[in-house]
Ligand binder design. Structure first.
Ligand code: ACO
Length: 332
């Protein structure tokens, strides 16, 4: 048995902020942001929480399969911006959807959340621990970025992507293989200093703006270029995949230069690489499922397509996952 993605949808907030908007209050420019990152605009959620972006995408996923919320038996929410520390955002999604038969949990692997989550969900299904799993990658990054810090605030956006996973009998389709890595030594280069048990919130932590993303961009950039490219090349090699037999690279959208380096290492031409960072920026755990959803909506995913997902993020966490697309859009 393998786990098939049988439905996919996304939600992005309607309010668009282009690069020029930042230059009205920060020493930055459209040119700098575009050339260094590939980002032109991003969307920020004005009101509501991460679960409020997940729920509309989840409803769309259920509609694609003509399923009821009660058909879901597990909800996994990959996020670094949960609605609250607890209860889990998965519990909030369960309540808002009315998915009364579902258990679930949140998973924190930053930008690698969706790759981690997909591997966990696939193994859960293969082991018979769940049948219909709602896997959500979502982040409201605007809630944890410091709009006075030009080195981080221009990079991120808000959004959610949701897939439904179901068991499938033909083992040639669905989630096939993954290489998943972590190196806690990287934690010091990309983190939120306060808010957790190490530095609980205080007047001091708020005054020092410690409840925001801190990133040593150059150090993370160098690690990401090497890490994402290496695991993506390795997963191709060990599964006998080539540039010809891979249909799509769906990479985490943190920086266009990191994406290009990964594609080059895999020997893939640009037309096989999904890119939407220009429109959404880095939505952390949501980038990969949003990409999958847009490809699917555009009719660009076909049964049997070899797809490589690749990510790199805080932790460090990184990984690459190979799946063979199992459905045709006309079936839904
Ligand atoms: N506008 C104008 N100038 C800027 C801006 C800005 N928004 N931001 C930084 N600069 C300046 C810097 O101050 C620096 O100026 P200086 O030379 O006078 O000191 C100069 O531009 C170069 O800065 P660098 O940090 O060296 O720029 P770099 O080319 O490395 O790009 C970036 C920065 C885009 C952040 C890049 O390093 C990057 O993409 N890093 C990796 C991001 C990533 O993959 N993160 C992991 C996922 S996120 C997650 O897991 C939550």
């Amino acid at each position: 048995m393998k786990a098939y993605i049988t439905a996919v949808a996304h939600y992005v907030p309607p309010d668009v902020y282009d690069n020029h908007w930042f230059s009205t209050f920060l020493d930055t420019s459209d040119e700098w942001i575009r050339e260094r990152t590939g980002i032109r605009e991003r969307r920020f959620l004005r009101e509501g929480a991460t679960s409020d972006m997940i729920v509309p995408a989840a409803r769309e996923v259920l509609a694609q399969r003509a399923m009821q919320p009660s058909d879901i038996d597990c909800i996994i929410v990959c996020t670094v911006t949960p609605d609250q520390f607890f209860p889990s955002t998965a519990a909030n999604v369960q309540r808002k959807l009315g998915a009364t038969n579902a258990w679930g949990f949140d998973l924190n692997a930053a930008c690698s959340g969706f790759v981690y989550g997909l591997w966990v969900a696939a193994k859960l299904i293969e082991a018979g621990g769940a049948r219909n799993v709602l896997l959500c990658g979502a982040d409201k990054m605007s809630s944890i970025i410091n709009f006075e810090d030009r080195t981080t605030c221009v990079l991120f956006g808000d959004g959610a992507g949701v897939v439904l996973l179901e068991p499938g009998d033909d083992e040639a389709y669905g989630v096939q293989d993954a290489i998943i890595r972590m190196d806690g030594e990287g934690g010091q280069y990309l983190y939120m200093p306060a808010g957790g048990s190490l530095r609980p919130p205080s007047y001091e932590t708020v005054a020092n703006k410690e409840h925001y993303v801190f990133q040593d961009g150059q150090t993370v950039f160098k690690a990401a270029v090497v890490g994402m490219a290496e695991v993506s090349a390795e997963i191709m090699e060990r599964n006998g995949l080539s540039a010809e037999t891979v249909a799509w690279l769906v990479p985490h959208q943190a920086n266009l230069r990191i994406i290009d380096a990964t594609a080059r290492r895999m020997g893939l031409s640009k037309d096989k690489v999904m890119v939407n960072i220009d429109r959404y920026g880095n939505t952390t755990a949501a980038t990969i499922p949003i990409c999958l959803s847009e490809l699917y909506q555009a009719g660009k995913l076909h049964r049997g397509d070899n797809i490589i997902l690749a990510s790199f993020g805080a932790g460090y966490t990184w990984g690459s996952l190979w799946l063979r697309w199992a459905i045709e859009r006309t079936q839904v």
